[in-house]
Design a protein around this ligand. Structure first.
Ligand SMILES: [Zn+2]
Length: 501
């Protein structure tokens, strides 16, 4: 299965190529006008179509119906190029043929006429890997090549190519593919292959592949094997070993709440789930980038408004300062012996920098959301039925109903919560009191992974970011310890059944 999709969907015509439209226009025009340079350099990040363009261009030059911007893909020449078996289109991997001997080989062969095509074309991939001697040898060939010789170079690192080589090439700088471009391709492949995939999963694939279609397709291939019926957002994250988004948001929210203990707990929860500290930091950076986009450009991202509100009032300078710390630490911790300790220090630093005192009013913040965001929300509600339902789902706080929700997802947690008594709700803090004999249940709820789960369910129910705070009720104990009461109990030979406040 692996690589099958990538091969199957490798573009065979310019029209099928994803993105790079300006470059394609130039290549097509030169095929049309038959004004073709001796050497071309395709520079750009991995997986954006450098060798694909070179191959199609070679087809356009050597197609029996050509030179043509629309190679037929049916003649022997086209088919041989597609199968990489053409004697006149030679693909050389610069990384494994770096030396002077390989280039000498080319130099000797350039004097031989093409076997059966119009041109003899050398496609050298990762050309920057060639040794200096090899470059010098190549330069001699480039200086006065026979008219039937063409060189197509591809590279991810053009800065490593000597300027003397670059100056002899027509250069194209390929850009990373845009989200829409990758998205279109993924949807097209999924439709043709009958693969079901969630919208959000496609976004996540794009975020991972960073504009490389090749990476996106190979990830899709793995997901087909990894997922059940439908490729879900969580499948992508799990496959990539990425921490769950809500856990990342939780860490950031606790930082903002200036709650160092809760921040560390949330972080340790992810570590206990086997997540890589670097990926956790990367997840944080990505979230913060979205916050910045939303703040600075006033541009809508996928960020949920409730989460964004926590950062709404944080000065942009402080956000930049903090995110620089994270980037700096992220680069360092790979080399550190104690990456977890390093992360804890970083989180402490961020808590000090970003944390705000507890009594901040979330209400006030909601009032200050720019109108655009509300516009977006309204539009979203109108346009997407699903979101509207999601929105309506939020209900008023009802502890009994919330417990029922928790029971559906995790009955043991619900049982533990029922041993506690809801004593008060202060702002977004829910205080649950546990008697000493239920301290086990209390500690169960205190476990970060359970706390996160419970708070997530409450959030899904109410749309608010409530926090569970279990406390130990020592009333009974103190009453029992009270000497007066001890006497009374002894006198009546009784026991305490209930304590009324
Ligand atoms: Zn052809």
């Amino acid at each position: 299965m692996y690589k099958v999709l990538a091969r199957k969907y490798r573009p065979q015509t310019f029209e099928e190529v994803c993105g790079q439209k300006e470059i394609i226009e130039i290549l097509k025009r030169s095929l049309q006008t038959k004004k073709v340079a001796h050497a071309y350099l395709f520079a750009g990040p991995r997986g954006v179509g450098k060798t694909t363009l070179a191959r199609i261009f070679a087809k356009g030059l050597n197609c029996l119906e050509g030179p043509t911007p629309i190679p037929c893909n049916k003649c022997d020449n086209c088919i041989e190029i597609t199968n990489s078996s053409s004697l006149d289109v030679l693909e050389i991997d610069g990384a494994s043929n770096r030396g002077i001997d390989e280039i000498r080989n080319i130099r000797e062969n350039v004097n031989l006429l093409p076997a059966k095509s119009r041109f003899k074309i050398y496609i050298i991939d990762e050309v920057h890997m060639l040794t200096n001697e090899a470059f010098n040898a190549l330069l001699k060939t480039l200086e006065e090549p026979p008219s039937y010789i063409k060189f197509f170079f591809a590279t991810t690192a053009p800065e490593k190519i000597p300027p003397t080589i670059i100056s002899r090439c027509q250069r194209f700088n390929l850009k990373p593919l845009k989200k829409e471009e990758v998205r279109k391709k993924i949807i097209e492949i999924c439709e043709k292959e009958n693969i079901k995939i969630e919208e959000k999963a496609i976004d996540e694939i794009y975020d991972f592949c960073e504009g490389s279609l090749r990476d996106a397709i190979s990830l899709l291939e793995q997901l087909v094997i990894f997922s059940d019926e439908k490729i879900k957002y969580d499948d992508v994250r799990n496959l990539l070993g990425l921490p769950e988004e809500e856990c990342i948001e939780k860490i950031l929210k606790e930082i903002r709440n200036k709650n160092y203990i809760a921040t560390i707990e949330s972080f340790h929860y992810l570590i206990s789930e086997g997540k890589d500290p670097v990926l956790i930091l990367e997840g944080m950076i990505r979230k913060i980038k979205e916050i910045i986009t939303m703040k600075v450009k006033n541009k809508i991202t996928d960020l949920n408004i409730e989460f964004f509100n926590h950062f709404k009032n944080l000065e942009i300078e402080k956000i930049f300062e903090g995110v620089n710390y994270i980037i700096e630490f992220k680069d360092r911790i790979r080399k550190e012996r104690e990456p977890i300790l390093m992360c804890e220090i970083l989180l402490l630093k961020l808590t000090q920098l970003w944390g705000q005192e507890k009594d901040y009013e979330s209400k006030k913040i909601i009032e200050e959301i720019p109108e655009t965001i509300f516009d977006f929300k309204e539009e979203n509600e109108k346009s997407s039925q699903k979101d509207a339902i999601e929105e309506l789902k939020y209900k008023d706080f009802n502890w009994e109903e919330i417990l029922k929700e928790i029971k559906k997802i995790k009955p043991t947690l619900e049982a533990a919560l029922r041993e506690g008594k809801l004593v008060k709700i202060e702002g977004e803090n829910i205080y649950l009191s546990f008697e000493k004999k239920f301290s086990f249940h209390k500690s169960m709820i205190e476990k970060p992974q359970n706390k996160i789960k419970i708070e997530k369910i409450i959030f899904d129910y109410t749309g608010k970011n409530y926090k569970i705070i279990p406390v130990l009720n020592e009333n009974n104990e103190s009453i029992l310890e009270n000497p007066e009461i001890k006497k009374i109990i002894e006198f009546f030979n009784g026991e305490i059944i209930q304590v009324e406040e």
